[in-house]
Design a protein around this ligand. Structure first.
Ligand SMILES: Cc1ncc(COP(=O)(O)O)c(C=O)c1O
Length: 401
């Protein structure tokens, strides 16, 4: 998007503001689909947790996407947006059997990631098709919080528990129609994906009635100029070749599925904030903005680096700043970062603000959550109103005792 367009949206809707570029989402979807165009049955389930606004879900549906969900509420959002339950996969972790049963009753594909619940579910509902989340024990992912396929991870059923898993399936007579893995986010190396995929193929041979293999996600997107990203085209070529060979060996056509979040929406997002104060101290120059980690927690949560531009002064001389939020504890978006000279009132633009940004926002410090705007072909559409003080009070019960 052009800086002028972002500036005019900041003027129109005020700040802080999330803006999403629909065309970028559409082109990312098309890029991934193209990379796997030789696979007869290819399906993308968008990971709702990344950005769950129903207008974004609608846009995904229009592209032909299914949904990957992790809670019954995400499933309900998908149904509300008009998705067919058959196009939704539900991959929770540590939820109750009651929630699983409720989701299964809606006709959604469920994915189970532990033996205890698998056994209980299989005993009660042997005819409901179930996908199994395998933990391939591959250490992958940009950092420890988003690496979920390793040996110490709470996710998935260990490949070393395969004999136990097969016994449960035999004893309950349940129908396993898919196997799944998700090793983590921000995987840098295509060969790591392929290595984990081999483990999944090996495991798949033990299940005779599979309809699909879901390879999860973890595509790395660039966060700044020159940053590494997953080479989707190379990955598509290599995995397609291996997948087609596996299909032959397996003796049946399968769906190859992915469930990307970041890849589809990260780069489409812009977060706009106004500079409230420029504060020179003895050691640094702080730019204090009208937001904080309550709205964009990734830098504080896992050291994510969102590129920041001063779109009010794009040609300004670059100087070093620490960009900080207004929350009453350490709240740093960027330390010692070169940004075009900042004045009070300027609008700063945080890039890659599509994935895990608004969806992780909270009301900490009793602040209001920002508005969201979807941008398509030169026009902005408000897709979430800015909260008001009534939203803060909603559900609170004042008692005097
Ligand atoms: C099971 C599962 N699938 C898909 C995703 C999406 O990952 P990404 O946003 O890196 O594409 C996640 C992210 O945490 C996940 O846990």
């Amino acid at each position: 998007m052009q800086q002028q367009e972002l500036l005019s949206l900041a003027n129109e809707y005020s700040t802080p503001l999330y803006v999403y570029d629909a065309n970028k989402i559409i082109s990312q979807y098309a890029r991934l689909t193209k990379a796997f165009s030789k696979v007869e049955r290819f399906k993308i389930h968008y990971a709702v947790k990344a950005l769950s606004n129903v207008s974004i879900l609608k846009l995904m549906q229009k592209q032909g996407c299914g949904l990957d969900t992790v809670s019954i509420q995400e499933v309900q959002l998908g149904l509300h947006a008009g998705f067919d339950p058959k196009d939704i996969i539900y991959t929770p972790n540590g939820v109750s059997i009651q929630e699983l049963e409720e989701v299964a009753q809606l006709g959604v594909q469920i994915n189970i990631d532990n033996l205890s619940i698998l056994e209980q579910f299989g005993a009660k509902h042997p005819t409901t098709p179930v996908c199994i989340r395998i933990n391939p024990h591959v250490m992958a992912g940009g950092n420890a919080n988003i690496s979920v396929g390793h040996i110490d991870s709470k996710f998935g059923i260990s490949i070393h528990q395969l004999p136990h898993l097969l016994r449960i399936i035999e004893n309950t007579g349940m129908h396993i129609n898919g196997i799944h893995m998700h090793t983590g986010s921000d995987i840098l190396d295509v060969d790591v994906f392929l290595y984990a995929a081999e483990i999944l193929f090996e495991t798949a041979k033990h299940f005779k009635e599979l309809d699909f293999i879901d390879f999860g996600s973890g595509f790395k997107v660039p966060y700044k100029k020159g940053d590494i990203e997953t080479n989707v085209e190379e990955f598509g070529r290599k995995l397609t070749k291996r997948f087609l060979a596996f299909e032959k060996e397996y003796g049946r056509t399968l769906t190859l599925a992915f469930e990307p979040g970041k890849f589809l929406v990260s780069e489409a997002g812009y977060f706009l904030a106004k500079v409230n104060v420029v504060k020179q101290t003895t050691s640094t120059v702080f730019a204090g903005v009208d937001t904080g980690f309550n709205h964009l927690i990734r830098p504080m949560l896992y050291g994510a680096q969102h590129h920041i531009e001063n779109i009010s002064n794009p040609k300004g001389k670059e100087r070093y700043y620490s960009v900080v939020g207004y929350i009453c504890e350490t709240d740093t978006f960027a330390n010692n970062r070169r940004i075009q000279e900042i004045h009070e009132g300027d609008i700063l633009c945080f890039k890659n603000a599509g994935a895990y940004c608004f969806s992780m926002a909270s009301n900490y410090n009793s602040r209001l959550k920002p508005a969201e705007v979807l941008w398509k072909e030169g026009k902005g559409y408000l897709i979430r109103e800015r909260e008001t003080f009534d939203d803060i009070l909603k559900n609170q019960v004042m008692v005097e005792i």
